[in-house]
Design a protein around this ligand. Structure first.
Ligand SMILES: Nc1nc2c(ncn2[C@@H]2O[C@H](COP(=O)(O)OP(=O)(O)O)[C@@H](O)[C@H]2O)c(=O)[nH]1
Ligand SMILES: [Mg+2]
Length: 281
């Protein structure tokens, strides 16, 4: 899957994030629990240099719980402070505070006075939801501080933590076709950027390989055709997604399948196998 991501926007995003990062001494890097590797952009490493960072796996309710556990273990063992956080419901802010304490208090037990944190991640990963969850009712703005870009505000979350109310938007990776499919399937690109039939084809092949029962159950199929195109055809027929002439509407079928996947109607899937790659981070 190749996506035409506009380089101009990438340059602008980079500039903006660099500017925001200068004001912060802590970074919440958000990644999608369904694709904990593919939803991270290694370019962030250069941008944040050695600033402390906490990795937050979002949308764990849509990911395979056993694989999320494995990912958390692996990342932790590799020295990355990481937690999962469901910003849609149930995410406990106390878990975030605890991760901040563990990371920032240091070996000496010295308590640092104040953390200024920024939330960064690719589009749709859950940045706004995370910020909203963290701020909750406490939207007491702490006022403008020197050097802050106009419109941006700090929100005091606790005695020691302030959060920038504007997230840093990272651009999704476009260097690897497989990663592109995963990002497209989980909704990291605006839909007009991707060929949905292609994405749906990739997705049904992936699910056929990993959990064909999920497809049989959801679409009431007895057998799963080996070819993705045939499988989508059968699913379209089953769902009655037909064009006026009676042929299957491939566009609609693809859109429905992707929607079912994103809403968790097919089950909980983790598309990235848990392993730490050489590829940083
Ligand atoms: N199921 C689920 N959906 C989430 C979670 N966090 C965010 N979302 C949804 O993901 C979509 C994108 O979230 P948003 O916060 O706007 O992402 P942003 O583009 O990074 O700011 C929204 O529809 C959210 O409701 C989560 O933990 N679980
Ligand atoms: Mg947002």
């Amino acid at each position: 899957m190749s996506v035409q991501w506009y380089p101009g926007h990438m340059a602008k995003a980079k500039r903006l994030i660099r500017e925001q990062l200068r004001l912060c001494n802590l970074v919440f890097e958000l990644a999608d629990a369904r694709i904990p590797r593919s939803s991270r952009n290694p370019a962030l490493n250069d941008l944040i240099a050695h600033k402390p960072r906490i990795l937050v796996l979002t949308k764990p309710d849509l990911a395979d719980p056993a694989l999320t556990r494995r990912w958390l273990e692996l990342l932790n063992a590799g020295g990355t402070p990481v937690l999962k956080f469901n910003a849609a419901r149930g995410g406990r802010v106390e878990n975030v505070f605890q991760a901040v304490r563990q990371l920032m208090d240091g070996a000496t037990g010295d308590r640092i006075q104040a953390c200024r944190a920024i939330t960064v991640g690719i589009p749709n990963v859950g940045k706004s939801s995370f910020i909203n969850r963290l701020t909750g009712q406490r939207v007491a703005r702490t006022g403008k501080k020197p050097g802050i870009t106009r419109g941006k505000q700090w929100i005091r979350i606790s005695r020691r933590l302030e959060l920038l109310d504007t997230p840093g938007t990272l651009w999704p990776r476009t260097d690897d076709p497989e990663v592109g499919y995963k990002l497209a399937a989980t909704g990291a690109f605006p839909d007009e950027f991707v060929n949905r039939e292609e994405v749906a084809g990739w997705l049904v092949s992936w699910i056929t390989r990993h959990n064909p029962r999920a497809l049989r159950k959801r679409y009431n199929l007895r057998v799963i055709p080996g070819e993705a195109a045939d499988l989508l055809e059968v699913i379209g027929l089953k769902r009655g997604l037909l064009l006026p002439g009676g042929k299957v509407d491939h566009e609609k079928t693809a859109a429905m399948l992707i929607k079912d996947f994103r809403n968790g109607m097919l089950g909980r899937f983790t598309l990235d196998a848990p392993e730490i790659s050489d590829d940083p981070p």
